[in-house]
Design a protein around this ligand. Structure first.
Ligand code: PLP
Length: 429
């Protein structure tokens, strides 16, 4: 483990990987790193630096890195074969666990990623409802397919229900079937849904929209109007599932959708995601009862992979233990409160919107933070500089995004983190 080797690897990453990395995420060269290993709440880079991880691979490592229960389950599966396409026991048992845990779930469709899950959920809804259009909320992140990438991070209000594509390469025609309206603007959303009801197959909502909590009555109103018009209400629980509560956002906020998309935490850090929902709707996937030409096609080579499913089963076993969610709330609430207190003491308008298991730090005087446009008042430059100071001092974070905590974060991690947070505020003053 040394700095020269890390520099060489980063150089080769720049040469051989598109964009020099694994996605859009770009760090300044002096802070860029190659992860060598992770254990519990910590990761180490190839240069030997240690970090407390608040990124958790963008959420999946909810148990912490290299959790022994997951390692053991995966090691037990590996010598038995890694992929069959045909049914396997871990996949069946994981589906059963999800149906038992998730309020809306009667059946499960496995996918490989969250992007595929939201993509197929929309197709299932279109097939079920016999309508073409879908509605999403401004600022919601549903993955990288052409229907998700509208109005995700706009700098200014859109000409609702039309929005701008987030990525080049997304066909303009797709946008004609995607309606966008602001999150938490209840009356406006209900009016929009009613106006387009005859064409709308689905309303997809991130119930905790990035770091924005739903206002009381918002999810209830969307539930009521979608039910009244036979529109499929889909929760994107890829972040919230098994994280904000055992029963996800459906349990936390008390409003149950028709379908939900799961990913990240359900497979203990392995690539597996799912669409779950009511049998009546999931029936459009059932080739036992329908001719193939009238069935929704949603099959992928690695779906229900036994290694990923075994990891998922082990992860859910740990999450089912008593006290797990109390612990996440205790650790997260201490960190959130500590970050606000420290920032305000240094004179910054700091807020920490979200839930205790996943939240953001935003620098803005705007209160309350309800909509995506409210979040655009956040001082991104300050947020970036603060995050860089955190990273220099040994916290692994995604600047201007979210803090995720795991079951492995200890009280000692929290103490050390709050000291670093305080030093970082002092440094950017
Ligand atoms: C709420 C939400 N939905 C969907 C996705 C897409 O999932 P994936 O990255 O597995 O494709 C993400 C990814 O971060 C997400 O946060």
């Amino acid at each position: 483990m040394d700095a020269a080797r890390q520099a060489e690897l980063l150089n080769d990453a720049g040469k051989y990987l598109a964009g020099g990395g694994t996605g859009l995420f770009i760090l300044p060269p002096e802070l860029n790193l190659v992860v060598a290993r992770g254990e519990g709440s910590q990761v180490w880079d190839v240069a030997g630096r240690e970090y407390i991880d608040y990124h958790l691979s963008s959420g999946p490592a909810l148990l912490g890195h290299a959790h022994p229960a997951i390692t053991e389950a995966v090691n037990a599966q590996l010598p038995k074969g890694t992929t069959f396409f045909f049914l396997n026991e871990p996949a069946i048992r994981l589906a059963q666990k999800m149906v038992e845990a998730i309020p809306c779930a009667e059946e499960v469709l496995y996918t490989g990623s969250g992007t595929e899950a939201t993509f197929y959920a929309l197709r299932v809804a279109r097939a079920y409802a016999g309508r073409n259009k879908v509605l999403k909320f401004e600022g919601a992140w549903h993955g990288m397919h052409d229907y998700g990438l509208w109005g995700t991070v706009p700098g200014q209000p859109s000409a609702y229900p039309r929005a701008q594509p987030d990525s080049i390469g997304v066909p303009a025609q797709t946008g004609e079937t995607v309606l966008v309206t602001p999150f938490n603007e209840t009356a406006r959303a209900v009016e929009m849904i009613e106006r387009h009801a005859k064409e709308l197959a689905a309303v997809m909502v991130e119930p905790l929209q990035r770091v924005l909590q739903p206002e009381p009555g918002f999810l209830e109103a969307v539930r009521e109007v979608t039910r009244r018009h036979g529109i499929v209400m889909i929760y994107d629980e890829i972040v919230t599932g098994f994280r904000v509560a055992w029963g996800g956002a459906q349990e936390r906020y008390g409003v149950v959708p028709d379908l939900a998309c799961y990913g990240k935490a359900i497979s203990g850090g392995f690539p597996l995601a799912a669409v779950v929902g009511r049998s009546e709707i999931m029936g459009v996937l059932d080739a036992r009862r329908r001719p193939k030409s009238e069935t929704v096609w949603a099959t992928n080579t690695l779906n229900g992979n036994p290694v990923c499913a075994a990891a998922g089963l082990a992860a859910l076993d740990v999450l089912a233990r008593p006290g797990v969610y109390d612990r996440l709330h205790r650790v997260g609430s201490r960190l959130r409160a500590g970050m606000i207190e420290s920032g305000q003491r240094h004179g910054f308008p700091v807020q920490a919107p979200g839930e205790d298991a996943v939240w953001g730090v935003r620098f803005t005087e705007r209160r309350p933070l309800r909509t995506w446009m409210d979040l655009t008042t956040h001082d991104k430059d300050l947020g970036w500089r603060w995050a860089i100071e955190l990273m220099k001092r040994g916290l692994l974070v995604n600047p201007n995004e979210k803090f995720y905590i795991s079951l492995a974060h200890t009280d000692a991690d929290v103490d050390r983190t709050l000291q670093i947070v305080d030093d970082a505020f002092a440094a950017v003053k």
